[in-house]
Design a protein around this ligand. Structure first.
Ligand SMILES: Cc1cc2nc3c(=O)[nH]c(=O)nc-3n(C[C@H](O)[C@H](O)[C@H](O)COP(=O)(O)OP(=O)(O)OC[C@H]3O[C@@H](n4cnc5c(N)ncnc54)[C@H](O)[C@@H]3O)c2cc1C
Length: 210
């Protein structure tokens, strides 16, 4: 753990086990990527996948994120799962249950074969099984889309779970206390309006897949 990843507040919630960190990353697909452009910080929500020891982010060549990486801006990328609202007997102890990861580093614009392969990897990780059903990307599509590889070298993670940590005196309170669980749940697939008749929904898109 380096200086950048040092958690100072409630460090006991920090997680350093790489497998646990990978599990947090693998459960998500939306991150917030921060970069600096023209001397100002910008945070952008965007998709990501973890591929081994790096995150892959992709975007149009002209996007601010891609331009910033091309110009040498360092990145800081956050991934958060909100697991619940912690409803305590005081505002002070009310909180949230979460699992979060922050990655710091220098992104790299992938080129050549690595770039083309990464575009497939992104589809394959986001929607396993999809690649064999869709057409190959055109040269123009490949050219327009940059992929950023961000090494998972400087990584921190933090997890809060469980109920409220109320002050002992507050336990006499008549106020309800506990946790409101929260999660992201896939719904039933909704066919496109222009889907040709007779095309069934593939199993890999069913909400209970995996
Ligand atoms: C959903 C959610 C809600 C939260 N709500 C609050 C809130 O309302 N108020 C509050 O004070 N804190 C909140 N936190 C915790 C917050 O993310 C920070 O951990 C907190 O501000 C203390 O940071 P720090 O001063 O220790 O670290 P900082 O000095 O801010 O950061 C130092 C380094 O620690 C690492 N780090 C810090 N926090 C995290 C994290 N959560 N996950 C992974 N790495 C981290 C990063 O690498 C960072 O560069 C929340 C976290 C989550 C995920």
């Amino acid at each position: 753990m380096g200086e950048k990843t040092l958690i100072s507040r409630l460090p006991e919630r920090g997680v350093t086990d790489r497998q646990q960190i990978n599990e947090i990353l693998d459960e998500g697909f939306v991150c917030h990527a921060a970069y600096v452009i023209e001397n100002r910080p910008v945070v952008i929500p965007t998709l990501y996948v973890r591929n081994g020891d790096q995150l892959l982010l992709h975007g149009s060549n002209s996007s601010g994120l891609v331009k910033a990486v091309r110009d040498g801006s360092p990145l800081s990328v956050g991934v958060t799962h909100i697991d619940g609202l912690v409803v305590a007997r005081s505002g002070f102890h009310s909180s949230a249950n979460y699992r979060s990861v922050v990655v710091h580093g220098q992104g790299r614009i992938l080129t050549g074969e690595e770039h083309e392969k990464a575009l497939d990897v992104i589809v394959d990780i986001l929607i396993p099984g999809r690649l064999s059903d869709i057409r190959r990307p055109t040269e123009a599509e490949i050219k327009q889309t940059s992929v950023i590889g961000l090494p998972l070298d400087e990584v921190s993670a933090k997890v809060r779970s469980g109920g409220p940590n109320d002050d002992p005196d507050d336990l006499k309170s008549d106020a309800w206390a506990g946790v409101i669980p929260l999660s992201v749940v896939a719904g039933d697939p909704e066919p496109s309006d222009d889907l040709r008749d007779g095309i069934p929904t593939p199993d890999y898109l069913q909400p209970n897949r995996g």
